[in-house]
Design a protein around this ligand. Structure first.
Ligand code: ADP
Ligand code: ZN
Ligand code: MG
Length: 481
């Protein structure tokens, strides 16, 4: 198999649940979870004789998303019925948008595989309702439907087939997530399915201008499985072609456990859905003022924060980039800095230890369990010399496990730094006695020996001794010898 002879083509259909308080066509709550079928009413259960009414917030949020992704806004839009039967969809049709989506022709900038900037075009963004959820009943042997999610508003963001690698697909989705978080229209909790993507993949021989046949992996909701799924499909499709076969257009399910895709069904076409305008809903007309007003009230986006961080806080381009990629990290940074006044330290904690612990726990920034209050106290405790940097790291791990005020943590754990001269002198003298060779080395001009002695003292005090004081006292004591 020869991957370098092929070009990869990827297009994403991203579904984001909007964080409006109520559903798209009724006043039920959109809140995640809850006892099955408790966030429902006759409208979202599709009882006969009920009529939907469009929630205006849904339009506002979708237009916000469109503007933030540089789309044209369609002033004459409408809702259509997309007909298909599946038991989690009680009406037997989904209210969606067909030929007049609310937003079209957008573009966002992402980094490609090599870190170069590239533009990914957005075909359209439309509004639609989410379906319910089927739960298998292991005892009764059937499936139980939970309609709490039915009618939760979604936007679907469809990209052009402009993406060229799994890394670029990941970057694209991260960018979408970051924008949606910044404009506060979706909580983007992938683990709760608030953000999920259908991933379309094809390959073609390099130089070929016609697109290859694509397959579509449905409902992917982690960055890791998206990257793995794409890599798997690229290899599989190239194998098929190299063996003289043709790739079938089909809908696939990615399985994380076996690390492969399974066929779900043949691809359906638009005509299979028998779209038509929903006669129960009025057409959507947006005035210039309405759109202008939303445009003027868009919050600060990542680009502008990035510039500000370099100027205002003296951060490097790289630091500003990393922090602003996530609204949560960037908000945490700003709130922490405001409280403790140490921007450099706030940035370092977030980009090194906090990011590492998030990675290790496979967590997203919005799952950070502690507040800016707690992080800023941690930084202040180090700045004041109450604890060492090394203890600070242990406090941070505690904050992830069992968040509470850092001063409480160090008190309970007995981690307060030893800054008492008498206590430090005692340790210094003991270490000097135990390591006569190092003393000689130091006196003979080997500065490294000092580091070793400080290290020994740190070990004996379990990292609690004040390192500046240790350094100073070792030098003083050895000069006396
Ligand atoms: P649907 O999947 O609902 O039929 P579309 O035909 O509009 O919708 O395509 C959906 C997605 O598939 C888009 O993101 C598009 O960029 C992508 N796509 C279309 N053709 C290809 C292809 N040959 N290879 C990879 N992606 C493709
Ligand atoms: Zn309802
Ligand atoms: Mg599709």
């Amino acid at each position: 198999m020869s991957r370098e002879n092929y070009e990869v083509v990827i297009g994403l259909e991203v579904h984001a649940e909007l964080s409006t308080k109520t559903k798209i066509f009724c006043s039920c709550p959109t809140e995640f979870g809850g006892e099955p079928n408790t966030h429902c009413c006759p409208i979202c259960m599709a009882l006969p004789g009920t009529l939907p009414v469009l929630n205006e917030k849904v339009l506002e949020y979708a237009v916000k998303a469109g503007l933030a992704m540089n789309c044209e806004i369609e002033q004459n839009s409408k809702n259509d019925r997309k007909n298909y039967f599946y038991p989690d969809l009680p009406k037997s049709y989904q209210i969606s948008q067909f030929d007049r989506p609310l937003c079209k022709k957008g573009v966002i900038e992402v980094e490609d595989e090599n870190g170069e900037k590239t533009n990914i075009r957005i075909t359209r963004i439309h509004i639609e309702e989410d379906a319910g959820k089927l739960n298998h009943d292991d005892f009764g042997g059937g499936s139980l439907v939970d309609l709490n999610r039915a009618g939760v508003p979604l936007i679907e963001i469809v990209s052009e087939p402009d993406i060229r690698s799994s890394k670029e697909a990941e970057n694209y989705l991260r960018k979408i997530k970051s924008i949606l978080e910044y404009i506060e229209v979706s909580d983007c909790k992938m683990q709760e399915g608030s953000l999920r993507a259908d991933v379309n993949v094809s390959v073609r021989k390099k130089g070929e201008t016609k697109l290859g046949t694509r397959t579509e992996m449905k409902n992917m909701n982690s960055f890791r499985s998206i990257v793995r799924g794409i890599e798997y499909e690229i290899d599989r499709q190239i194998d098929v072609i190299e063996d003289g076969g043709t790739v079938e257009q089909e809908t696939l399910r990615w399985d994380d456990v076996s690390g492969r895709t399974f066929s779900m069904r043949d691809k359906e076409d638009a005509q299979d859905y028998r779209y038509f305008p929903d006669p129960d809903l009025v057409a959507i007309r947006l005035s210039d003022e309405y759109i202008e007003n939303i445009k003027n009230n868009l919050p600060e986006l990542p680009e502008s924060r990035r510039v500000r961080y370099v100027e205002e806080y003296n951060l490097s381009q790289r630091e500003a980039n990393l922090l602003t990629a996530s609204k949560y990290l960037s908000d945490l940074f700003e709130a922490t800095t405001k409280k403790c006044g140490n921007a450099k330290a706030a940035c370092n904690w977030i980009l090194s230890d906090i990011s590492r612990l998030l990675n290790e726990g496979e967590k997203e920034p919005n799952q950070i369990p502690f507040t800016s209050e707690e992080l800023s106290e941690l930084i202040s405790l180090i700045d004041k010399g109450t604890i060492s940097n090394a203890i600070g790291k242990k406090v941070l791990e505690e904050l992830f496990k069992n968040p509470k005020a850092p001063s409480k943590i160090i008190e309970e754990k007995g981690w307060i730094q030893i800054s008492d001269e008498g206590a430090i002198l005692e340790v210094v003298q003991k270490v000097l006695q135990e390591n006569p060779q190092s003393v000689q080395d130091y006196k003979g001009g080997k500065d490294k020996a000092l580091g070793f002695l400080v290290g020994q003292a740190m070990k004996q005090t379990k990292g609690k001794a004040n390192p500046q004081m240790l350094n100073k006292m070792f030098v003083e004591e050895m000069n006396k010898m």
